[in-house]
Design a binder for this molecule. Structure first.
Ligand SMILES: C[S@@+](CC[C@H](N)C(=O)[O-])C[C@H]1O[C@@H](n2cnc3c(N)ncnc32)[C@H](O)[C@@H]1O
Length: 255
């Protein structure tokens, strides 16, 4: 988490490496969360509030963001002064029972120490009929990420720390969520300049890169540079790279 304190000011730059337009998933998120005006949307692990702000603007919902990193939340407050940014952890949400209409967790659950406890907390804070959307990447999708060829240790790190979508779905079901669906929320096809890719790697924007040993990181960076020299290509060969995300959605059962 402390790395997010250090990364906060540049965090949003990394987002534009991965997606040609990171905002294009907003209509789908609004749809799966069935957001409407005045709904209370809780974003757990909201970071700099990028998605929360866009969803508030699009739907007129009210937004609460929870994140342990104060520097990330400072940027969220700067981005949208109407956003209620609270320091806290997913495993002990600083929110009363049953007051949330929709809960978003966008690429953050793999950082939580106890994901089932987060889901229990989600169930506690959601109102009857509340919706939850967990945005993650499936293990199958991870195999397609081009950087894993050069940093093979990243794949084993991510497989260990990111629960696969069927595991998330079965935890949700055990906790009492119903109508769970897994679906793709976004596909992106991008063509990148080598400079952008080098910048992304050197600045370790992909968070598991910060977990690699320096030796593994340098070996991967070297392999990547060798590939560039050998290829003589002008752009990174990831133009057909598609990013797809699983969503588990539920309606909280009446208790
Ligand atoms: C990859 S970032 C995603 C941020 C944001 N959801 C987005 O997509 O732009 C992960 C976020 O999870 C937060 N985080 C880490 N551990 C957490 C925890 N136990 N509870 C809530 N958030 C946590 C980090 O501080 C960071 O802001």
């Amino acid at each position: 988490m402390s790395s997010y304190n250090e990364l906060a000011e540049s965090y949003d730059e990394g987002r534009f490496w991965e997606y040609d337009d990171p905002a294009h998933r907003i209509p789908t998120l609004a749809h799966v969360l069935r957001l409407k005006e005045k709904d209370v949307l809780l974003d757990v692990g909201c970071g700099t509030g990028y998605y929360l702000d866009l969803l508030m603007q699009r739907t007129g919902c009210r937004g609460i963001g929870v994140d342990p990193s104060e520097p990330m939340l400072r940027i969220a407050r700067r981005r949208n002064s109407g956003l209620d940014a609270r320091v806290g952890f997913a495993e002990k949400l600083p929110v009363p029972n049953g007051v949330i209409d929709a809960l978003l967790c966008h690429h953050a659950a793999h950082h939580f120490a106890d994901v089932p406890q987060f889901l229990r907390e989600g169930n506690r804070v959601l109102a009857y009929g509340g919706r939850i959307a967990l945005i993650t990447v499936s293990h199958k999708q991870m195999q397609c990420h081009p950087l894993y060829q050069y940093f093979p240790e990243l794949l084993s790190i991510d497989v260990r720390r990111i629960p696969d979508v069927d595991v998330l779905s079965s935890w949700m079901s055990e906790i009492g969520f119903t109508q769970i669906e897994v679906q793709v929320v976004d596909r992106s096809s991008i063509q990148l300049s080598w400079d952008r890719v080098f910048d992304y790697i050197t600045r370790k924007f992909m968070s598991p890169m910060r977990l690699l040993t320096e030796a593994h990181f340098e070996a991967g960076r070297f392999a990547f540079e060798e590939r560039v020299r050998a290829s003589g290509l002008a752009a990174c060969p990831v133009e057909s790279y598609s990013i797809t995300n699983g969503v588990a959605e539920h309606l909280r059962s009446e208790s």
